[in-house]
Design a protein around this ligand. Structure first.
Ligand SMILES: Cc1cc2nc3c(=O)[nH]c(=O)nc-3n(C[C@H](O)[C@H](O)[C@H](O)COP(=O)(O)O)c2cc1C
Length: 213
């Protein structure tokens, strides 16, 4: 995408006190997606990366409902309709949408709620996302959708909870993308994070962990 796009990547890069892996530094959540399809082999790699995540009791509570526009436009359209307006206005362009779903009880002990089901779906999603980065793809996760509509439209059974919708695809140049100005600005803005002192503690909650300067 050229020089201007490289500048976007540079601005989006994670600024860290200590080094992190390149894939972590480079990952971010764009709103400007190209409509170009994702290759089936790459989609397969994303799902394999998710499948090999660790999970509590190796329960693997994650399920993925994949809607690729080029392959199954009807499912893609139905999942777009589950999104909140604020997300639909950009995510409808993404060639692949994935609904993540959590199995809420243990298979070996169905009377027990799996308190880590959402945690493990998030972990699998993180692996999927980093695999996407390694393949030149981008993932933008969304909580802004109707779980009830998703349940009805995709026949999600009781005991399973819709968790998030992931927009997956190749990134577009925000300056050229057919998007409202506020969304273009969002893709150009630097990424923000809390300081390590606010999130890493030692001794008692709130007491910052001692770290190299
Ligand atoms: C579980 C989850 C839900 C999210 N929901 C939305 C959403 O509904 N709409 C949206 O635009 N971004 C959503 N995001 C993206 C976050 O806003 C984004 O990850 C955060 O601002 C950090 O930016 P970065 O991913 O580029 O580092 C969500 C992210 C996660 C992990």
């Amino acid at each position: 995408m050229g020089d201007r796009s490289d500048r976007v990547e540079e601005r989006k890069r994670a600024r860290t006190r200590c080094p992190v892996h390149e894939l972590i530094a480079r990952r971010w959540s764009p709103v400007a997606f190209r409509e170009e399809p994702v290759e089936p082999e790459k989609l397969c790699s994303l799902l394999e990366a998710a499948r090999w995540a660790p999970s509590s009791y190796n329960e693997q509570p994650w399920r993925f409902l994949v809607a690729a526009r080029h392959d199954d436009p009807e499912s893609h359209r139905r999942l777009v309709e589950c999104l909140m307006d604020v997300n639909r206005r950009w995510a409808a362009r993404a060639p692949v949408l994935i609904l993540t779903i959590a199995k809420m009880r243990f298979s070996h002990a169905p009377e027990r709620v799996n308190r880590h089901a959402f945690h493990d779906v998030g972990l699998a999603t993180a692996q999927l996302t980093l695999q996407a980065t390694a393949l030149g793809l981008y993932v933008h996760q969304m909580a802004g959708f109707s779980p009830q509509q998703a349940r009805e439209r995709f026949a999600i059974p009781e005991g399973y909870e819709p968790v998030a919708v992931l927009a997956v695809g190749y990134r577009d140049d925000p300056a050229r993308a057919d998007l409202p100005p506020d969304l273009k600005e969002r893709d150009m803005a630097p990424r923000e994070r809390k300081a390590l002192e606010e999130i890493a503690f030692q001794g008692r909650f709130g007491e910052p962990l001692r770290l190299p300067p």
